[in-house]
Write a protein that binds this ligand. Structure first.
Ligand SMILES: C[S@@+](CC[C@H](N)C(=O)[O-])C[C@H]1O[C@@H](n2cnc3c(N)ncnc32)[C@H](O)[C@@H]1O
Length: 280
């Protein structure tokens, strides 16, 4: 791919998804675009770029999806799930005892391993049987990932990554060499294709937001924009969980980090008018 095409493609991708490409990623681009080129019948990347320049919408959506990194695993970054179970959940169960309703959003769910891991933890607490309503929403830019997540079928390799054997036996049924998530866990999650660059206006107020291992692919401006908009839709006592390599310190004053719990943030307390006056 020549430099002009690479620059054009980098900008298209950034505008459509927030994803950043560096010059060193030329090989990655070519290998990821190869299946799209075959599908749409282009003989080389120059022909593909020409068509993209003409504003072919379905093609632009397909190349954007092809450039996403969808790697995930059940209970990935185990400590985050322990923080959710041991710190976030107990507090919310007290704070929401009257409404008995929890709203959780998994904002870049890939093929569903993350929301199903959350569903398993909620299921451990028998919350549904105790009359709780759980709204567990899982979204991703990549519609093929959402289709996979909705189906809930995983390979042996995928279930071996992070899923303890007792959970595998309890929550999945074997289908040939694959494993299908139980219907009760599948029904706990609502999946939807959604781009984090788009308006969050349709989202309800969330008690917990998992936004993990996606901010790191964005430029600084996009990270700030996503975090600030998460702050707008999260409950005043709501929690935000990001990936261990994705500190948001210094990007926003809307969230404050929790001591001894990397990746866990709460809404920063709004300043009182007196304090604001004293500060500035
Ligand atoms: C590495 S996976 C992370 C999956 C999961 N959160 C985890 O931590 O295992 C990153 C996901 O972010 C999604 N993604 C990338 N850009 C996005 C965007 N602008 N809006 C929504 N999702 C996006 C990708 O499609 C991909 O599935």
């Amino acid at each position: 791919m020549d430099q002009n095409d690479f620059a054009f493609f980098t900008e298209l991708l950034r505008r459509r998804s927030g994803l950043l490409l560096t010059q060193q990623k030329t090989h990655l681009v070519e290998s990821r675009l190869a299946p799209v080129m075959r599908r749409f019948g282009f003989k080389d990347s120059a022909a593909l770029m020409r068509e993209l320049r003409h504003g072919h919408e379905a093609l632009a959506a397909a190349v954007t999806e092809a450039m996403t990194t969808n790697d995930s695993a059940f209970f990935r970054d185990r400590r985050t799930f322990e923080e959710f179970r041991d710190i976030v959940l107990p507090e919310l169960l007290i704070n929401r005892a009257a409404s008995k309703r929890l709203r959780i959003w998994c904002a870049a769910c890939a093929a569903g391993q993350e929301p199903y891991s959350i569903a398993m933890m909620l299921d451990d607490g028998k919350l549904l049987a105790q009359g709780w309503t759980i709204d567990l929403l899982a979204t991703d830019l990549n519609s093929q990932m959402i289709a996979r997540a909705e189906e809930g079928v995983y390979s042996q390799f995928e279930v071996q990554r992070g899923l303890p054997i007792r959970r595998l036996v309890r929550n999945f049924t074997q289908e040939g060499s694959n494993w299908r998530i139980s219907e009760s866990l599948r029904r706990m999650v609502t999946f939807r294709t959604f781009n984090l660059l788009d308006s969050f206006g349709w989202l309800a107020e969330m008690d917990v937001v998992f936004c993990r291992n996606v901010l790191m692919y964005f430029d600084q401006k996009t990270r700030i924009s996503v975090i600030d908009r998460v702050a707008d839709i999260i409950a005043p006592d709501g929690a935000l969980l990001v990936g261990p390599a994705e500190s948001i310190l210094g990007l926003t004053i809307a969230f404050a980090q929790t001591e001894h719990a990397p990746g866990l943030y709460y809404r920063a307390k709004p300043m009182s008018p007196q304090m604001r006056h004293a500060v500035g």
